[in-house]
Design a protein around this ligand. Structure first.
Ligand code: TXA
Ligand code: MG
Length: 349
């Protein structure tokens, strides 16, 4: 059963969030309703993290399998004690450096927190966002807020309120619309429950930045094997996918562009997610979603999911994109592209 709601969208100024609107949205959360709100990474689909029924509504609204756990959002480090047990010492320097921000920590869950937030696991993922609307909402609700990305399961994450509405109209009570999010890629998920700190999902905080605080941090093997190049179909969860098939190219620049141009000629309607510098090569061949200058991975990250949705809006048959490297934010970009392409990489040269 899906959750039915009359969705109300409220525009809200990110620089000075309207207090009455925040109060209204906070009361909806306290009443067990669903509120989509902006964070600096992507929009979240929020519910009271201490209310198992409200958390179930999130799973239904997103059509998300009950096996996929959800992040709890907080506004004060004191809330960590409410949600977790046995907090390791490593947490404090990380929190000092990266919170509020795009880092999610997986810790041991306090038994008072409903287990469905963590898909039944003994852990819980916690993040303190920095977006002023998220902060104001969390403070006003005075609750930890469970929030996955506000997209339907397997669709690209929502970086604008229009994306949220596109996926979740009728399944969320309130959407707070503060414009496009700034990072555009989800948070980095770092697990501290085992001996070695492990990055489960690369995201807005880079591995390089984490290593400055946690020198022994490693990436989950699932991601490192994916880094090598091709994974057989079905081995990788379909995720972050536009409706069109995504073809991911990797290799030296000129040869890759040439391979993409050749491929474009095999299809009727082609979309290209392109660095600004590459747009010139596809002008007569494809519909372009310019992402930003190729050396500005922050801009590329900011525009990636919106670009996928825009190209879908044009009804393209395929979306072509090339690799933007693996350094810094490149790791998160590669992860999202690889999953959108369902693990297929077209290696050129
Ligand atoms: O930037 C973000 O993280 C956004 C904003 C809204 O905060 N949220 C987000 O949530 O991306 P979601 O549900 O789309 O992704 C959460 C990720 C998933 O990969 C999930 O498996 C992992 O975090 N996760 C959540 N709880 C976990 C847990 N207890 N143990 C391990 N992984 C967990
Ligand atoms: Mg998600």
């Amino acid at each position: 059963m899906t959750y039915f709601a009359k969705t109300q969208v409220f525009k809200i100024n990110p620089d000075n969030p309207n207090a009455a609107l925040i109060r209204r949205a906070a009361e909806a959360l306290q009443a067990g309703q669903l509120v989509a709100f902006p964070t600096e990474t992507v929009y979240g689909l929020g519910a009271n993290a201490l209310d198992a029924d409200a958390i179930n509504r999130i799973y239904r609204a997103k059509q998300r399998p009950a096996t996929d756990p959800i992040i709890a959002h907080i506004h004060d480090t004191a809330q960590l004690e409410q949600l977790t047990i046995d907090v390791p010492q490593q947490v404090y320097p990380l929190v000092e450096r990266f919170w509020p921000g795009a880092l999610t920590l997986v810790l041991k869950r306090a038994s008072s927190v409903p287990s469905n937030i963590a898909a039944g696991m003994a852990t819980i993922a916690v993040r303190m966002p920095s977006h002023p609307v998220a902060v104001a909402l969390l403070k006003a609700a005075n609750l930890p807020v469970a929030a996955p990305s506000a997209n339907t399961f397997t669709r690209p994450s929502a970086t604008t309120a229009a994306h949220v509405l596109e996926d979740l109209n009728g399944h969320v009570d309130i959407i707070l619309d503060a414009g496009a999010t700034t990072i555009g890629l989800e948070s980095t998920v770092l697990s501290l429950v085992d001996e070695k700190p492990l990055v489960l999902r690369p995201g807005g905080v880079t591995l390089e930045a984490l290593r400055e605080i946690l020198p022994d941090v490693e990436r989950s093997p699932r991601y490192t094997s994916a880094d090598e190049s091709t994974i057989s179909p079905g081995q990788m969860l379909k995720h972050y996918s536009p409706r069109a098939r995504v073809m991911l190219f990797s290799g030296a620049h000129d040869a890759t562009i040439e391979a993409m141009r050749q491929t474009a000629q095999n299809y009727q309607k082609v979309g290209v997610l392109a660095a600004d510098e590459d747009c010139q090569y596809f002008e007569a061949l494809a519909i372009l979603a310019p992402l930003g200058p190729e050396d500005d991975l922050e801009q590329i990250g900011q525009h990636l999911f919106a670009g996928m949705r825009d190209l879908d809006g044009y009804g393209v048959d395929v979306i072509l994109v090339r690799d933007f490297g693996r350094e810094g934010l490149g790791a998160a970009l590669w992860d999202r592209l690889l999953r959108a392409a369902e693990g297929h990489v077209i290696q050129v040269g």
